[in-house]
Design a protein around this ligand. Structure first.
Ligand code: FES
Ligand code: FES
Length: 154
């Protein structure tokens, strides 16, 4: 099976996919984009979050075939190469990264929140990120990071 789609603004073609292969697997194992993480692979943790035609999705739940002809943006595509997006900078500045496994998914989900709502309340942030699990931080610093990013982007 072949997949033709756009990833981070670039036309990509991947051959030899098996039926049932996830978009997450294609990104990580075939295209060298390890930003989206494979933790639960059941849609429970949000660590594999990417944009599919501008909509936040868990890439572990998207079949590669469903991405045919569509536009995918991963955490690697949020900022130009070698640069960080203000949301990424805010996570670093706020100390919201510990082991970092959840971070790429949280960054994409926070990016999505801030483009929909540039001044979210703490409750809005917690609600928007409820599908992204973090075992390390206790979430307080993640909320701080999103608030900091909102200020910096505002
Ligand atoms: S790996 Fe996709 S939601 Fe957990
Ligand atoms: S920083 Fe370790 S899971 Fe979130």
């Amino acid at each position: 099976m072949r997949l033709t789609c756009t990833i981070n603004g670039e036309a990509r073609e991947v051959d030899g996919l098996w039926e049932g292969e996830s978009l997450l697997h294609v990104l990580r194992e075939r295209l060298g984009l390890p930003g989206a993480k494979n933790a639960c692979e059941q849609g429970e943790c949000g660590s594999c979050s990417v944009y599919l035609d501008g909509r936040l999705v868990c890439s572990c739940l998207v079949l590669a075939g469903q991405a045919e002809g569509r536009e995918i943006v991963t955490v690697e595509g949020l900022a130009p190469e070698e640069e960080l997006h203000p949301v990424q900078e805010a996570f670093l500045a706020a100390g919201a990264v510990q082991c970092g496994f959840c971070t790429p998914g949280l960054i994409v989900a926070s990016h999505d929140l801030l483009r929909r709502d540039p001044r979210p309340s703490e409750a809005d942030i917690r609600e928007a990120l409820a599908g992204n699990l973090c075992r390390c931080t206790g979430y307080a610093k993640i909320v701080d990071a999103v608030q900091l990013a909102a200020e910096r982007l505002g």
